[in-house]
Write a protein that binds this ligand. Structure first.
Ligand code: ADP
Ligand code: MG
Length: 387
């Protein structure tokens, strides 16, 4: 290990212990062209403390209806209700959490999110398994749909976990994404509505999809089949006078094979869930390199637009350390709302539900709702993939 001649300490960045590849910070991203990936330029020694402080939580005890003429009745009611939530200090963490949840519930209840200018296609990817890809896909999708948007989930993982969580039958005979990819079935023949959430649609995955990685290999245009199918489906909806799909979220398997390549070619944006655990960042360099390869050869518009911190456990210092590290490196693309580790989130799929319907007032549901709101509000500045 290289030692600093002045201090005698290791010259490696302190972050290596969190799973960053050794060498200079963000070596992987630099190696594949950091700015080309659309990362914010951090070279100006921008640190965590440069970020604007979080918006203060309102503790006002009265609401002046004349403060701002632009706010609507709902907003006035929200502010009024928030003023009734008791305050709690750090000596009572449970009361503090309950009060925070109550404020968030009031703030988010009944809100509609802005529709993007064009359909946004977002691939949820991370080649590590168990980091919350599927959980984030289905819960963000449900939250966006509950807020009035039309959302399509493409379950592109042979495990079919997203289909299960959305309560969609996906036994072997069901028309699925396998038929779309391998047999050229029109996507509209495989789209199913999610029974619990109006406005949420899903193309399920069946076990057949496990064979698709191999069956796709000799096929013509094997990398672009999902994209072609989706574009045709969006055209079909427009011609049939059906509502425009606002968001397409693609759930990926934990590998970088042809299914994931198809998912990178169909999308313009990548959302990477990062689990707030040890080694969370290991393998990220490989993922970024692959995204850069796809950019160079198959899809020049692909970029990492969003990072979501999942399974955050506020009681551990490690979780905060990982979160700080990710925010320092990736700055503004990290969603402010972290997703807590929550039993309700992990229980929901066994009931064929997302946490958004299973326990809508739980902290897990509120966090996904807040994250979905951020995602939607950022779309104002994000160019859509399709007019
Ligand atoms: P991936 O799709 O990346 O493999 P999953 O979304 O399937 O990951 O999550 C892996 C496991 O962790 C699942 O059992 C899921 O229920 C659980 N899980 C995901 N997010 C959370 C969370 N925030 N709190 C508790 N358990 C979670
Ligand atoms: Mg999964």
């Amino acid at each position: 290990m290289e030692l600093d001649s002045r201090t005698g300490r290791s010259a490696q960045p302190a972050s290596t212990g969190l799973g960053w590849p050794s060498g200079p910070r963000r070596a992987g991203a630099d190696a594949v062209g950091r700015l080309a990936l659309g990362w914010p330029d951090l070279s100006g020694d921008r640190t965590h403390s440069d970020r604007p402080p979080p918006a203060p939580v309102s503790r006002e005890t009265s609401v002046d209806r004349h403060i701002d003429k632009d706010i609507d009745e709902d907003e006035i009611e929200r502010r009024m209700l928030t003023s009734f939530v008791p305050t709690a200090d750090e000596s009572t963490p449970l009361a503090q959490e309950l009060a925070e949840n109550a404020r968030r519930r009031i703030d988010l209840h009944g809100r509609t999110f802005p529709a993007p200018a064009a359909t946004r296609v977002i691939t949820v990817a991370n080649q590590k398994g168990g980091v919350g890809k599927t959980t984030s896909t289905v819960n963000l999708a449900a939250a966006l749909a509950q807020a009035g948007l039309t959302v399509l989930v493409l379950d592109n993982d042979p495990q079919g976990n997203a289909s299960t969580a959305l309560g969609i039958d996906h036994h072997a005979e069901v028309p699925s994404i396998y038929d779309v990819l391998v047999d050229g079935l029109p996507m509209q023949d495989a789209v199913m509505p999610c029974p619990e959430v109006p406005g949420l649609l899903c193309v399920p995955a069946t076990i057949d999809l496990a064979g698709a990685e191999i069956e796709l290999v000799p096929m013509v245009a094997r990398e672009t089949r999902l994209r072609t199918a989706l574009m045709r489906y969006l055209d079909y909806r427009a011609e049939a006078g059906l509502p425009r799909i606002d968001y397409v979220l693609v759930d990926c398997p934990p590998s970088l094979g042809l299914l994931t390549v198809n998912a990178f070619v169909v999308a313009e944006e990548v959302l990477i869930p990062i689990q707030c655990e040890y080694y969370a960042l290991e393998g990220l360099t490989q993922l970024l390199k692959n995204i850069e390869l796809i950019r160079a050869h198959l899809n020049p518009r692909l970029h990492v637009s969003t990072i979501l911190l999942t399974m955050f456990d506020a009681r551990t210092r490690l979780a905060s350390q990982v979160a700080d590290e990710v925010r320092t490196h990736f700055s503004d693309i990290v969603i402010r709302s972290t997703i807590p580790r929550s039993v309700r989130i992990s229980e929901a799929p066994s009931h064929g539900q997302t946490v958004m319907t299973y326990d809508p007032v739980s902290s897990g549901a509120l966090s996904y709702l807040a994250a979905a709101r951020e995602l939607a509000e950022r779309s104002i500045t994000t160019k859509g993939s399709r007019q």
